[in-house]
Design a protein. Structure first.
Length: 268
């Protein structure tokens, strides 16, 4: 399960539309006659607090879950492909709402472009016994530097972004930020020794993860406190791209966003 602290309650209509967009995107046909061959032009840039390894364990699983959920919402892959890439059934939990910044994410007439910034702030092993482990992961994600382009080369910001956080249930209520706390479980007997490092030049998980982590609802006391901590733009990211400084009006025309290389990326 994903735990998302909502600054304000999301209306029933918004929730219904979110579910409709997710299911429509995941269940859509694999071939579209008018699909742009390069419709998806976005990358994830991750940072982590000292001592957290983005390339292994629950941190790598959190990266895979967030990135794959975004691809599902944008209609980039079928539901079965998403399950294979993510390591578990994407529809069995409440997914992050990154793709809900605009219904055009699942519209093959539009191009998705930009850079998605994310930070893993905490990783905690809060249960270990008889070779079975439970982990909690705390992550902040910023999607304000993603825009939607049409066939004439014009780009527009997400229609549902705003400063109140009504549509985005961000932990701090700021525009374009999403705060999530996720729990994962694994049996150590299923973990390779040494566990492979999941880094590379690919922009998304091309192959199934070597370890299948089962999503769970975190019950750690620390995880509960994490939801009270507002997301703050990390110093490792360019200050000029901070969405709290440069967030556009919903649906406004914007310059074509810069697409930074993926980091740490995935093996080819």
């Amino acid at each position: 399960m994903i735990a998302i602290k909502r600054k304000r309650a999301v209306g029933a209509a918004a929730i219904g539309m979110a579910i409709y967009l997710l299911l429509s995107a995941c269940a859509g046909p694999s071939v579209q006659p008018n699909r742009w061959p390069d419709r998806f032009d976005y990358n994830f840039r991750w940072v982590a607090e000292p001592g957290i390894d983005l390339a292994t364990g629950p941190a790598a699983q959190m990266r895979s879950m967030m990135e794959t959920a975004f691809m599902g919402g944008a209609g980039q892959f079928s539901e079965e492909e998403l399950k294979e890439r993510q390591g578990h059934d994407i529809l069995k939990y409440d997914p992050p709402t990154m793709w809900q910044l605009d219904e055009r994410a699942a519209d093959y007439q539009w191009k998705v472009r930009g850079t998605i910034f994310a930070q893993i702030r905490n990783v905690e092993n809060y249960f270990a016994r008889d070779g079975f482990e439970l982990w909690a992961v705390d992550v902040c994600t910023w999607v304000g530097d993603v825009a939607f382009g049409n066939n004439t080369g014009e780009y527009f910001s997400g229609r549902n972004g705003n400063k109140t956080g009504d549509f985005f249930p961000g932990g701090d209520g700021k525009a374009w930020s999403i705060h999530s706390v996720a729990g994962f479980a694994v049996r150590r007997s299923n973990v390779p020794d040494p566990e492979p490092r999941m880094v590379g030049s690919s922009r998304y998980p091309v192959h199934p993860l070597p370890v299948v982590w089962e999503p769970m609802s975190p019950s750690s006391p620390n995880a509960t406190r994490w939801t009270e901590q507002p997301c703050e733009w990390p110093a490792e990211f360019p200050a000029s791209l901070n969405p709290d400084r440069s967030a556009h009006q919903p649906g406004a025309r914007v310059p074509a966003p810069e697409v930074l290389p993926p980091y740490p990326g995935w093996p080819q």
